[in-house]
Design a protein around this ligand. Structure first.
Ligand code: SF4
Length: 157
């Protein structure tokens, strides 16, 4: 089944979050540090971030990224910390969709139990405004391709 078809099926279903979920990022950085992982940057996100940092695309790619699947991932410092996290996200206004869509990722919303487990890691869950089912599914859809790329990468190892 294509990615598009999967997303269409997901939209027509009922979920534990049909009435929405509350979330407001507390900028604690827990999701930007800890276990090493992929911080996927789409080809279209590269130039805006470089521009924001006031460096050339070539310098940004060489110093801050490494190749991942069809694009790049942001490098991490010691213990899995994103290199752009230093008492806050240094590229917050132009952060990649992977960061923008957290915690509303497909893998986090697969079940209510999974969501409860993520809530233990993210103090922003349960706070702030309520995101509607449609908004949540928008973020799930926008970040789903990253989940698939990570799966593909791990199956190739
Ligand atoms: S763990 Fe949650 S509250 Fe903390 S920075 Fe990440 S999204 Fe924000």
């Amino acid at each position: 089944m294509s990615e598009e078809k999967i997303l269409k099926v997901l939209k027509d279903r009922s979920y534990f979050f049909d009435k929405g979920l509350c979330f407001e990022c507390q900028r604690c950085g827990k999701c930007c540090t800890g276990e090493p992982g992929i911080i996927y940057v789409t080809p279209g996100e590269i130039e805006p971030i470089a521009k924001f940092l006031d460096i050339s695309v070539d310098v940004f790619v060489e110093r801050c990224l490494y190749p991942f699947q069809d694009s790049y991932s942001i490098r991490e410092a010691e213990e899995g910390r994103c290199i752009f996290y230093e008492n806050g996200c240094a590229i917050y206004p132009v952060r990649p969709m992977q960061c923008r869509s957290y915690p509303f990722w497909f893998q986090n919303l697969r079940s209510e139990n999974m969501w409860r487990a993520v809530k233990k890691q993210c103090p922003g869950i349960g706070r702030g405004r309520r995101y509607s089912k449609e908004e949540i599914l928008y973020f799930v859809g926008s970040s789903f391709h990253i989940f698939l790329k990570a799966l593909q990468e791990s199956s190739e190892k």
